[in-house]
Design a protein around this ligand. Sequence first.
Ligand code: NAD
Length: 247
Amino acid sequence: MKLTDKTVIITGGANGIGEAAVRLFMEAEANVVIADFNEEAGLRLLNELGPSAAERAIFVKSNVAEPKSAQQLMEQTMERFGAIDVLINNAGITRDAMLMKMSPEQWQDVIDVNLNGVFYCTRYGAPYMAAQGHGKIINTSSIVGVQGNIGQTNYAATKAGVIGMTKTWARELGYKGICVNAVAPGFIATEMVAKMPEKIVDGMRDKVPLRRLGRPEDVAQAYLFLASDAANYINGAVIEVNGGLSI
Ligand code: NAD
């Protein structure tokens, strides 16, 4: 699947699923904007991409939780590549705690990145897509947004919210040629899951019909499909990538 000359912004692109997506979209010949607040990891990845990166990839230090930063990300992408064909709202964090121990700060941090961040990037990216007359917005939800998860009140609220925003924007922006979809991963072997207690992760793995955690590449492939012309009539969908965990 090629995306030659298409410009793709990947938030949270420096690590985990976002990093796998950066590598996959580079292979697909896209122009790639790695947007992340972890400058060290972002620049390291850019360097690892090799000579092709000089022409087709940039790192933009961004905090999606800040409206100004989200706006600047879109402006810098337009300045460098002249278009925003695909926006992948992938940046996300966890601050887990049981309800009765969750602090207002833990609640707010997750809302700021996972919910507000998706809103700000889309708010400032969609007008460029509308002006072009086409675009693909891909949001990252989670199985937790559908089923809930013990210790993740804040995270579940944001990931359910992402589904609501996805469906609303699919309705609002469709007539402008913009498709808006979400990917809802199950449990994927990244830093985010590495932070969970081993016993819980083992329990999760046993419940997956495929008997393994997802790999970052498994989710990146779903992003690529939704970004490609093969998905031009898919709008408002939530694609589950969870090895059958939700059956
Ligand atoms: P990760 O922790 O490996 O990577 C997240 C990246 O986002 C990091 O590079 C981090 O620096 C960046 N980031 C965090 N806050 C940011 C901000 N405010 N602005 C810009 N960048 C920021 O996480 P991951 O597992 O790769 O998760 C990627 C997405 O997939 C998240 O939205 C997550 O909620 C979702 N997801 C992950 C899993 C899983 O099991 N790993 C499951 C379902 C959904």
